[in-house]
Structures are given as C-alpha cells and as structure tokens.
Design a protein around this ligand. Structure first.
Ligand code: BT5
Length: 249
C-alpha cells in the first residue's frame, strides 16, 4: 500500500537503483531509496551519472506491476517537471524520453529498470536531479550540457523538500495512470516536450536518422517523420534523440 511506503535515507551507496534491486524482496510498493552520494551512479545504456553531494539521488520502487512498463520514464518526467515547478516556480522542459531540462540544459536524468519475478514485474525508477552543483563543477566534469537549480536561480535548495514534492507528484501521477491510462498525461508530457515539431536526430545502434518530431504515440514511443516521408516509432529503451544542432535543439 502506498500509504505505508517509506523513504530509506542512506549516506553513501554505489547506486540507489542497484541498492533497490538488491533489497527488492524487503521493499514495499512506493518505497523510496534516497542517498546523499552515489559512487557509481548509472545512466542508460551503460553510461555514468556523475554528481557530487548536494544533489538528489533517489529510486522509487513500484512492485507487482502489470501492463506496459515503458511509460514509467515518461510518468517520472511529468513528476519531476511538476516538482521543479512547485519548488522553484520554473517551467522545465522534457527531452524525450527521460531528460528534464532548464534553459535547454540537462537538470535531471531518469533511469527506469525492471526486475521480472515469475509473472510480476517490479519497476525501479531512478531519478537524479542536479540541485546545488555550482556551474563551475559541470565544466570540470566535462558536462557542458548540464545545469542545476543553483546554476539557474543562484539559490540553494533543500533536497528533502524537493524529494517530498516529487514523491507527492509521482503518487498522484501514478494513481491517474492506473485509473485513466497514459492518455490522461500525454497532453502534459507533450506540452513540456522540447523536441515537438522540431528537427531531431535519432541515434539507434550506430545509425543516425534525421526527421521531424511529431509527438508521442499511444505507447509512449516518439513519433518521427523521416526525410523520406516514412514514419518511425522510436522506443525509449533503445535510442537517444538529439537536436540537429546539439544536445537539445
Ligand atoms: C540518464 O541517463 O540521464 C539517467 C540518469 C539517472 C541517474 C539516477 S540517480 C539515482 C538513480 N541511481 C542511479 O544509479 N541512476 C539513477 P542517460 O540518458 O544515459 O544520460 C547519461 C549522460 O548524461 C551521460 O553520458 C552524461 O553525458 C550526462 N550526465 C552525466 N552526469 C550528469 C549530470 N549530473 N547532469 C547532467 N548530465 C549528466
């Protein structure tokens, strides 16, 4: 039951997603693993998530899910956008499928992983938000397309308050998803989608395809019209999308 869910707050962990996976048997639906520091934060497709203390690292555990799990990164993106708006007053943008941007720079990454146990699926939604990293630290880490709440506002933020807002938003989004399906959230997702109506590059298995982004399909895939007129549906697990000029646009 979501009402009984807990937040487990750790100081240091390799990755909150890994920890949640290891502890899955003892975790309940809706539980959150929150760490102050990750030593091996993970991105998608074997990439790294690099962030020091002072930022948000959390994994939300959703147990015994059925149906299409590919929506979870999109649900989390809506949740992060709402939480950022609630805590900062700033309207974030979404770069499909799982990046949250401020001023066209990456504020947050989302990594959803699933554990299949007989007929049930448990989903671990890992969310990393750059909160109090100063801009100079991104340059040192060679992350020119990264930003933080501090970099955008000049103010520090309390991570526990942001996490509480995120938890509340995700609980309500999940309820809406369970009762009404993704259709109820698609409009909100597309309203934040930076790629919509723009030229994009889809990078898939060493191939780069160029076309126009026409929106999100029923199943959360990105709809792209290629230059030869054909339509492709891009699956979030397999591809990355960039603007034609750079990271976002
Ligand atoms: C992601 O992957 O953006 C998903 C990141 C998820 C991190 C959370 S933290 C809590 C939980 N536990 C974990 O171990 N992971 C999750 P992807 O779309 O593959 O983007 C990764 C790329 O983003 C890297 O290759 C870098 O280019 C860039 N990057 C790395 N660290 C960054 C940062 N702090 N801010 C912005 N960009 C970053």
């Amino acid at each position: 039951m979501a009402e009984l869910s807990q937040i487990y707050h750790l100081d240091t962990v390799d990755s909150t997603n890994n920890y949640a996976k290891q502890q899955i048997a003892s975790l309940q639906d809706g539980d959150v693993i929150w760490a102050d520091l990750q030593t091996q934060g993970k991105g998608r497709l074997g990439r790294q998530w690099k962030a020091p203390r002072g930022n948000l690292f959390a994994s939300f555990v959703y147990k015994n899910q059925t149906g299409n799990v590919s929506f979870y990164p999109l649900l989390c993106a809506v949740g992060v956008s709402r939480a950022v708006l609630a805590c900062t007053g700033m309207q974030a943008q979404i770069k499909w499928p799982n990046d949250i941007l401020l001023q066209e720079k990456k504020l947050c990454g989302i990594l959803c992983e699933s554990i299949v146990a007989s007929s049930q699926i448990h989903i671990i939604c890992g969310i990393g938000i750059n909160v109090n990293t100063p801009p100079s630290a991104f340059a040192e880490e060679e992350l020119p397309y990264a930003t933080s709440l501090l970099a955008e506002t000049g103010k520090s933020f309390e991570i526990d308050k942001l996490l509480a807002a995120l938890r509340q938003e995700l609980a309500s989004i999940r309820l809406q998803f369970q009762t009404e399906g993704f259709a109820a959230l698609k409009k909100e997702y597309e309203a934040g989608l930076i790629n919509l109506g723009r030229r994009i590059q889809v990078v898939y298995q060493n191939q780069t395809l160029t076309g126009n982004c026409e929106g999100i399909g029923e199943n959360g895939n990105l709809i792209c019209r290629l230059d030869d007129g054909s339509l492709i549906l891009v699956n979030s697990g397999e591809a990355s999308v960039r603007g034609i000029y750079g990271y976002a646009l």
